[in-house]
Design a protein around this ligand. Structure first.
Ligand SMILES: CC[C@@H](C(=O)O)C(=O)SCCNC(=O)CCNC(=O)[C@H](O)C(C)(C)COP(=O)(O)OP(=O)(O)OC[C@H]1O[C@@H](n2cnc3c(N)ncnc32)[C@H](O)[C@@H]1OP(=O)(O)O
Length: 253
């Protein structure tokens, strides 16, 4: 199994379990995120959701290029991008706070997943970035839309998207992408982040989350995400994209 869903008291945790390829996303992990969403909707005792990656190297390296590079045209890429974007919107709009425990690198779609979460606790050793531009595509799972919505400074968000590179943890904190940066053990970091929040009634957290979701519905965030998906699928079919992916997959170390 390439993912795990575990419950610890009132925290539901989703772990991507593909450390050998830096927790890249395959179809099974997407199925797993769908399962996570339905589990939370069917259990009113869940108070927090945590998403993380196995190991110390990576939170998530985005889409599994060895699989998705089999998709050539916009027509072929669109269903994959659209499905993951929908799943991620369902994660972003879960009725409880969602925490990305960024234990290692979060690039490409991995950075999109973390950006869709309410909070990002980032290891001081991790780097994160919207590197899609270096593959001649944009973000395609809604991540660009979330970034432009969530960062206080639009110029910084645009710069992150247009530079298309990974940033060190301290820079991510300065830019306002990281909620907190931690040294050492990720479980301790999570515990200390949650300690005061757990003193507040879960119903209060749920009510605040509804406030946020209503705001996003009002501004048709999902419609904006669908446009991002469409644009990405058009760039996907260009020769430049396929060449860049081929270069990554065949690089010599
Ligand atoms: C498809 C959706 C799209 C979106 O909408 O956003 C995307 O997600 S595009 C995909 C973007 N991702 C990438 O371009 C992958 C970038 N990966 C990296 O930059 C690095 O791997 C890393 C995450 C910074 C980690 O670096 P490092 O620790 O040095 O590991 P390696 O680079 O040596 O990788 C180990 C191993 O894993 C394979 N790998 C890594 N990422 C992917 C991936 N996304 N898909 C498939 N395989 C991946 C890498 O090829 C190595 O394999 P081996 O050479 O066989 O060991």
């Amino acid at each position: 199994m390439t993912f795990a869903i575990n419950r610890e008291e009132n925290i539901l945790r989703f772990t991507i379990k593909r450390p050998e390829i830096r927790n890249a996303i395959n179809h099974e992990v997407i199925d797993g995120l769908e399962k996570l969403v339905s589990t939370v909707h069917n259990d009113s005792t869940i108070q927090f959701v945590v998403i993380t990656g196995e190991g110390d190297e990576a939170f998530c390296s985005g889409g599994d290029l060895s699989i998705f590079h089999g998709l050539h045209t916009a027509h072929e890429a669109f269903p994959m991008l659209d499905r993951m974007a929908s799943v991620l919107y369902n994660v972003a709009t879960l009725p409880v706070p969602v925490i990305a425990l960024v234990n290692g690198h979060a690039v490409g779609g991995g950075c999109e997943i973390a950006t869709a979460c309410d909070f990002r606790l980032v290891s001081s050793k991790a780097k994160a970035g919207f590197i899609q531009g270096s593959l001649a595509i944009t973000s395609g799972w809604g991540g660009g839309t979330y970034l432009l919505e969530k960062l206080a400074r639009q110029d910084i968000a645009m710069h992150m998207l247009c530079e298309s590179k990974p940033y060190a943890a301290d820079a991510l904190l300065e830019k306002g992408w990281a909620t907190q940066v931690y040294d050492g053990d990720k479980e301790q970091a999570l515990q200390s982040f949650l300690i005061e929040m757990t003193q507040v009634e879960a119903s209060v957290h749920r009510a605040y989350k509804q406030m946020l979701i209503r705001k996003w519905i009002g501004q048709n965030l999902l419609g904006q995400i669908k446009e991002e998906v469409k644009n990405c699928s058009l760039l996907w079919e260009a020769e430049e994209h396929h060449k860049a992916v081929q270069k990554f997959l065949s690089r010599k170390k």
